[in-house]
Each structure stands twice: as C-alpha cells, then as structure tokens.
Design a protein around this ligand. Sequence first.
Ligand code: NAP
Length: 283
Amino acid sequence: MTAQLIDGNALSKKIRADVAGRTAALKARGIQPALSIILVGEDPASQVYTRHKVNDSTETGLAATLERYPADLSEADLLRRIRELNDDPAVHGILVQLPLPRHMDSHKVIETISPAKDVDGFHVASAGALMVGQPGYWPCTPYGCMKMLESIGYDLRGKHAVVIGRSNIVGKPMALMLLQKNATVTICHSATADLKALTLQADVVVAAVGKRNVLTADMVKPGAVVIDVGMNRNDEGKLCGDVDFAGVSEVAGWITPVPGGVGPMTRAMLLVNTLEAAETMAK
Ligand code: NAP
C-alpha cells in the first residue's frame, strides 16, 4: 500500500482563505480582529515563530502586534501588561510566546490571560472546557490535526486512536478531541511498556514525541491514518518528524508529511482562534 498524503500546506491555505473572508466581513462591520503577541527575551526559535505569527495574521487581514521585552523583564511587569491587554476591547487574542525566562512562572503568566482571549488554548480554563466539552479555545496543534482528519472525511466513531506523547499542549488535548469524536483512545508515553503492540492495533496514530523514527513501518496496521506532529532534524540537518515517513508510507492509508503537514496547520489554527475570539466578542 502507498499512503495518500494529507497535505497540510494545501489545507491550511483553504483555512486561511476562509479566515480572510470572515475577517473582511467583520471589518465591514467596523471590527478589526487583533492579536497581541508578547515575546520576552532573545530565544532565536521564538523570534522566528513570533515573526511567522505576525506575518500570517497580517496576510489574512488580522491586525497583529508584537511586543518585545528584554529577558530581565520582571514577572510583575509582564502580568501588569497582560492585564492591560485583557481590558483592552480592541485586542481579541493574547499570546505569550513560550518558553519564558527562568525567573518567570509560565503557569502564572498563562493563567493571567483572560480565557476569552486565550487563543493558544493553554489556560487551565481552556483545558477544562475541552475536558468537559464546553466551548473554549483548543490548542492549535491538536486542533489542526483534527482538521486534517476532518479533511479526509474520516469517521472516528468506534475507531482506536493511539496518541504517542502526553504533553499538556499536544498529546493530552489531542486525546480529548479524539474522544469527543467517539474514538477509543490510548495515550502512550516514555514509560509505555510495549508501544508496538498498541500502535499495531490503531486505526489512527498521532506521534507527538520529538524523537526520530518513534514510529516505523513494522508498528503500523495496514491502512491506518498516521499523523506526525514531531519536529526534529535528520543527519543532514533537515526538518523531519517522529515517523519513518518512507517506510510507514508503504503501510499506512493516509500520512502527514514533515514539513508541510501539522506545522502549517498549527499556524492556521491560531488565525482561526483569533478570528473566532473577535467574532464572539462582536456578538
Ligand atoms: P514534550 O512535552 O517533550 O512531550 C513529549 C512526549 O513524548 C512526552 O509525553 C514523553 O513521555 C513522550 N515520549 C518520549 N519518548 C518516548 C518514547 N520513546 N516512546 C513514547 N513516548 C515517548 O513535547 P511536545 O511539546 O508535546 O512536542 C512533541 C513534538 O511535537 C516535538 O517534536 C515538538 O517540536 C513537536 N511539535 C510540533 C508542533 C507543530 O506545529 N508541528 C507543535 C508543537 C509541538 P513522558 O511524558 O513520559 O516524558
């Protein structure tokens, strides 16, 4: 079997076009959807990510502001600034780029963002809303994975999904989203005794570990859907995922590439969340 590709670039383009259309409609009513991004310190990867977020926003008509602060900004000053943004009716989404400098308590910082503006979906109120099936912002990466499954018309009801990884921003919310769609979900992690025995039973495998070749062809049931969240570098220094793409493509029914898979979808879902925050506040 040669797997069909789930093209994150193509799908994210469609989603961005939809965001652009809905943004234009809001603007026609005099509402400019706006995202405020806060970057503390000089982390090189964070500088690239925040630049992308600003560019993605402006390309779709959203207003985005990047506020940069030195690494020695006090936590109190950061919290004060977040509270100001919470109170600013012209700001619909607030995103504090992680990781923060060590002297800051990132939980405290994220919990200071108003849940109504938590477009990253990292606030405990957002996590709780997902847990109990109430409206709230979903973390962008697993949300993007769900959109990829939706794009191929995949019916999760009664299917067995295995999620490898249990982080608060990817693995755990991914599992809850799959559960909401009536899949039977197994969450695996570094202490899972026999990963292969579990993945071989899976109709859907989501790999969110951060290690190359965590999922190889001998671990995949023929025809399964494989979603690769991982971002690693191969021996040549090129971006690659957690999945042995060449091998697994021969067994799986559907597969997401890296690059061009979950990455662009994550970026697109931040735009969706920001727009939806503005639409909700405009009601
Ligand atoms: P994380 O917090 O480091 O979590 C990694 C998870 O993998 C942990 O739950 C860990 O188990 C588990 N794990 C480690 N080794 C394992 C093994 N051999 N077998 C099974 N599970 C194992 O990472 P994260 O933030 O969730 O990110 C995961 C990957 O996704 C990273 O490569 C990251 O760069 C990528 N990512 C990509 C995007 C995107 O937009 N494409 C967005 C977010 C993250 P324990 O809990 O037991 O330690």
